[in-house]
Ligand binder design. Structure first.
Ligand code: ADP
Ligand code: MG
Length: 772
C-alpha cells in the first residue's frame, strides 16, 4: 500500500468545513526499500505507542538510524498533522533543516509546500505545510509570539546531544509548555531526539526511549605516536595508504576547519587526479579486490580495539560545532571554520606521495558548513563509477549529516572551538582535543553499511586523556541574547529556569549588567547589601526598549543600534551595518596556504584588488571615521549596485554566500523594524547612496550606543615602557595591548580613540570592525 503513487497536493480539494487535510503518503518502491533497512523503522510501533501514552519522550538512537528522516513521517502517518496542528522539527544547524526537509519531502513523495523549512533568512513554508523543519532559533522566536505554540500538535527537538544553546532552552521551555497544552485540552507532544545523551541532563520527568542501534563493528586503529603539529599531513598520508591498499569503500576524514579541508583536498586531487570526462571501461571499473584484500591483510595493523556499542551507560554529550548555524542572535555567527587566519598547517611540497598516480581515481569532496549548499549536497550522491569517494570534512559530518557508503574514517582527534573570555570579552578559535564521546561518534560513521575501520591519528594513551564528554555550549559563551529573550517571555528570574545545564552564575550576572546598561532591563534598586543587589540584578524586568530589542533577530548590542536608528533617516544604513556585522566572514579568505604558482599569482592579484577596493569603499572625509564599518557599507552597496552577482563578489574578494545572507538579513530586519515602528514605513532599497556627513555622525553615535564598552585608546609615546605596546591600544578590561589588524581601514591612521566590534585573538589580539 505504501508504494502507490501519491496524488499531488494541488489535486486535493479543500473542504471549507474541514480545514485539515491529510495527504496520503505514496513512497516510491526504492525509497520504501531503503527505509525498511533503517533501525528506527523496526521500532515504529513502540515509538508511536510511547508518544501516545506520554507527553514528552526522549528518543535515543545512533546517528544514521533514521531518527530525523523517519520520525516526522511516523507522526504524520499517525495523524498528528491531520488535525489543526502541524509537526515541527528543530535542528541546531541550518544545513540540516534545509537538507532534511528536502529529503523527507522526497521520501514521502510530497511537495515542499507540505514538507517545508524555515531558517533565519529564508523558508518555503506555506499554508499547506504539515511538516516544518526549522532551526532552533526560529522556534524560540515563535515561542515569544505564541507561548503555547498553538499551531503545533507535535514538536521534535532533534540533535539534542549537540547541546546548542537554543536547543537547551527549548527543552526547558517545551517541557513546561507541553503539559500546559495538555491541561488546556489541546495536547502537544514533545519528542527530544539525540544520538547520544548524558541522560541525567534530559530525562527528568520524561520517558527515555532507546532505539536499538544497528551498527556494524568498527575496528579502531590508533597511531603509535601522536603528531602534534602536522596532523593534516598525517591525514593525507593515511588516506593515500587506505586508497592504495584497502578494498573499496568510501573514506571520511575529520579535520578541524575549512582551510585544512581545502589543503588536504588539493593534495589528494593532485595525487589521484580524477577526470570526469574520461570514459571508464568495464575492466577499469572493477577493482582488483583479491589483490587488494591480500594487501589489506598484509598491511601492518596497529593496536586494535573494537568500538564500544553505544548503550545507555555510555551516553554522552557531543561537542558543538558552534557558530555553525543561525543562532538567532547572531552571536555565534563567527564560525570556527574559516576564521583560522593564523593557523599553520603542514604542506610538504617535496612529498613523494604527491606524485600523480593516475591509475587510482579518487573522488574528493570537501564538506564544511560555509560551503555552498549545492556543493554540500554532492556527498549524498554516489561517486562516479570507478572512483572511490573521499569526503574531507569538519565536524559537520559527525552527527548532523550521514554520508552513505563510508567504510574508512580518518580522525585527527581535534576540533576547533570558539573560546570566549567572559571577563575581557576576547574570543579566539583554538584547536583542541575532542572528547571520547565525539571520537567514538566519528568512528561510528565507518560502520553504517558494513564493518569498517577507523584510523585515529593519535595514540590510545592520548585518547585516554580526552574528556569523556564535551561541555554544553551554554557554559562557554555569552548569554546576553538569551537572557533578553527569556525576559521577553516574562521569565524574570532567569537563574530559576530549568536549564538542562545552567550557564555559570557570573555569565548571567554580566548579561544582566550589559542589558541594564543598554537600557533593555530596568535599573535594579540600589539599596540593600551587595548580595541582595546581586540577586536583584538577576531579576530586573524588561523595559519597553528591551521588548523592541528582543523582537530583532540579532544580539542585544545590535538590536540597540536598530532601536536607535530612526534619527536622520539612518535606519537603512543601520540595518545594513548590523546585517554586515552579524554575517560571518564577508571577505573572502585570501591568505590561503601556498598552492601552485598559477594559484598563488591569482591570489596575489585578488589580494591587491581587494586592498584597492577596501580603500575605495572606506570613502573620503567624514566617512573615513566609520573605518571598517564604512568598508562594510561600501562593499554591500557596491555589490548591490552590481546586482549582487557571483561574478562581482568573486572579482572583488567578497564571499558571495555572505553577500546573499546580508541581503536576506536586511530584508528581514527591515520587516522587523517596520513591525516595531510602523510609522518608519521603511522599504528595502538594496541600492542606497552613501551616507551624508551628518548621517555618518549619527551612525557613529548609534554604533557607540551599542558598543559603548568596546572602547580603546592608543598608547601614547610617553607611556611606551615596553616595546610590545608599540601601536597598541589600551582597553578598560584587558591588561594586554590590542591592535588594529593590517587589513583594517584604520591600520595606517591609528586614531587616538576607537570603538571595536570585538577582539579576536590570533597571533596577536586584534580588534575587528573598528571605527572612531
Ligand atoms: P539520524 O537522524 O538517526 O542520524 P537520518 O534520518 O538523518 O538518521 O538518516 C537516515 C538515512 O537516510 C541515512 O542512511 C542517510 O544516509 C540517509 N539520508 C539522509 N539524507 C539523505 C539524502 N539527502 N539523500 C540520500 N540519503 C539520505
Ligand atoms: Mg539526525
Amino acid at each position: 500500500a505504501t508504494t502507490k503513487k501519491a496524488s499531488p497536493p494541488q489535486a486535493l480539494k479543500k473542504e471549507p468545513s474541514e480545514p485539515a487535510i491529510f495527504i496520503p503518503v505514496g513512497r516510491r518502491p526504492e525509497i520504501q526499500e531503503a527505509r525498511l533497512k533503517l533501525p528506527v523503522l523496526a521500532e515504529e510501533q513502540v515509538i508511536m505507542e510511547a508518544v501516545r501514552e506520554n507527553t514528552c519522550i526522549v528518543l535515543c538512537g545512533e546517528t544514521g538510524s533514521g531518527k530525523t528522516t523517519q520520525v516526522p513521517q511516523f507522526l504524520y502517518e499517525a495523524g498528528y498533522a491531520s488535525g489543526n496542528g502541524i509537526i515541527g522539527i528543530t535542528e541546531p544547524r541550518r544545513v540540516a533543516a534545509v537538507s532534511m526537509s528536502h529529503r523527507v519531502a522526497k521520501e514521502m513523495n510530497l511537495s515542499t509546500r507540505v514538507v517545508s523549512y524555515q531558517i533565519r533568512y529564508e523558508g518555503n513554508v506555506t499554508s499547506d505545510t504539515k511538516i516544518k523543519f526549522m532551526t532552533d532559533g526560529v522556534l524560540l522566536k515563535e515561542v515569544q509570539k505564541d507561548f503555547l505554540l498553538q499551531k503545533y500538535s507535535a514538536i521534535i527537538i532533534d540533535e539534542a546531544h549537540e547541546r546548542s544553546v537554543y536547543t537547551d532552552i527549548l527543552i526547558g521551555l517545551l517541557s513546561r509548555i507541553a503539559p500546559l497544552r495538555k491541561k488546556k485540552g489541546r495536547p502537544m507532544k514533545l519528542l527530544v531526539m539525540s544520538a547520544t545523551l548524558r541522560i541525567e541532563d534530559f530525562t527528568e520527568n520524561r520517558k527515555l526511549f532507546p532505539v536499538e542501534a544497528r551498527q556494524f563493528p568498527v575496528t579502531v586503529h590508533f597511531n603509535k605516536r601522536t603528531p602534534m603539529e602536522d596532523y593534516t599531513g598525517e591525514a593525507f598520508h593515511k588516506i593515500c595508504k587506505i586508497h592504495r591498499m584497502l578494498p573499496p569503500g568510501g573514506i571520511l576524514v575529520f579535520l578541524t576547519g575549512q582551510a585544512e579541508v581545502h589543503s588536504v583536498c588539493r593534495r589528494l586531487r593532485k595525487a589521484f587526479p580524477f577526470r570526469p570526462r574520461r570514459a571508464v571501461t568495464e575492466e577499469e571499473e572493477e577493482p582488483d579486490t583479491s589483490e587488494k584484500t591480500r594487501q589489506f591483510k598484509k598491511a601492518k595493523q596497529k593496536k586494535t580495539v573494537s568500538l564500544p556499542r553505544i548503550d545507555l551507560d555510555n551516553y554522552s554529550a557531543l561537542p558543538v560545532d558552534e557558530g555553525d548555524e543561525d543562532r538567532l542572535a547572531g552571536i555565534d555567527d563567527e564560525e570556527e571554520e574559516g576564521s583560522d587566519l593564523d593557523l599553520e598547517f603542514g604542506d610538504d611540497p617535496g612529498d613523494s606521495e604527491e606524485k600523480t598516480d593516475p591509475s587510482l581515481p579518487l573522488y574528493v569532496l570537501p564538506l564544511y558548513s560555509l560551503l555552498a549548499p549545492e556543493q554540500q549536497a554532492k556527498v549524498f550522491h554516489p561517486p562516479p563509477t570507478g572512483t572511490r569517494l573521499c569526503v574531507v570534512a569538519t565536524n559537520v559530518a559527525e552527527t548532523s549529516l550521514t554520508i552513505p557508503g563510508v567504510k574508512y574514517v580518518v580522525d585527527c582527534g581535534r576540533i576547533k572551538k570558539r573560546f570566549y573570555d567572559r571577563v575581557t570579552g576576547v574570543s579566539s578559535f583554538k584547536v583542541t582535543w575532542t572528547s571520547q564521546a565525539s571520537a567514538n561518534q566519528r568512528a561510528g560513521r565507518a560502520g553504517r553499511t558494513e564493518p569498517g575501520h577507523c584510523y585515529r591519528l593519535y595514540s590510545s594513551a592520548v585518547f585516554g586523556d580526552f574528556s569523556e564528554f564535551s561541555e554544553a555550549e551554554i557554559t562557554r559563551r555569552p548569554v546576553d541574547d538569551l537572557v533578553l529573550q527569556m525576559k521577553d517571555l516574562n521569565i524574570e528570574k532567569v537563574v530559576n529556569f530549568p536549564f538542562p545545564t545552567p550557564p555559570p552564575g557570573e555569565a548571567l550576572v554580566s548579561a544582566e549588567q550589559l542589558l541594564v546598561s543598554l537600557g533593555a532591563l530596568e535599573e535594579p534598586p540600589r539599596t540593600g547589601r551587595l548580595k541582595q543587589l546581586e540577586r536583584a540584578r538577576l531579576s530586573s524586568p524588561i523595559t519597553p526598549l528591551g521588548r523592541a530589542m528582543a523582537s530583532f533577530p540579532v544580539a542585544p548590542r545590535y538590536a540597540k543600534m536598530l532601536a536607535l536608528g530612526k534619527q536622520q533617516d539612518c535606519l537603512p544604513y543601520v540595518i545594513t551595518l548590523v546585517a554586515a556585522m552579524t554575517v560571518r566572514e564577508i571577505f573572502e579568505e585570501l591568505d590561503r596556504p601556498a598552492g601552485s604558482e598559477e594559484e598563488n599569482s591569482k591570489l596575489a592579484q585578488k589580494r591587491a584588488r581587494l586592498a584597492q577596493m577596501r580603500r575605495l569603499w572606506a570613502g573620503q572625509g567624514a566617512s573615513l571615521q566609520l573605518g571598517d564599518l564604512m568598508v562594510m557599507l561600501g562593499a554591500v552597496g557596491a555589490c548591490e549596485f552590481a546586482g549582487c552577482t557571483p561574478k562581482f563578489s568573486e572579482d572583488n574578494g567578497l564571499r558571495y554566500k555572505a553577500m546573499l545572507e546580508i541581503r536576506r538579513l536586511r530584508g528581514q530586519l527591515t520587516t522587523a523594524v517596520n513591525a516595531v515602528c510602523p510609522e518608519a514605513g521603511l522599504f528595502l532599497d538594496a541600492r542606497m547612496a552613501p551616507p551624508t556627513v551628518s548621517q555618518v555622525r549619527y551612525l557613529r553615535q548609534i554604533v557607540l550606543a551599542g558598543l559603548g564598552d568596546h572602547l580603546a585608546r592608543r598608547v601614547q609615546a610617553e607611556e611606551l615602557l615596553d616595546p610590545k605596546w608599540r601601536n597598541g591600544y589600551k582597553t578598560p578590561l584587558l591588561d594586554e595591548p590590542v591592535f588594529i589588524h593590517p587589513s583594517s581601514a584604520l591600520f595606517k591612521t591609528l586614531p587616538e580613540f576607537v570603538v571595536y566590534q570585538e577582539v579576536m585573538e590570533t597571533s596577536k589580539m586584534y580588534m575587528r570592525g573598528i571605527c572612531f
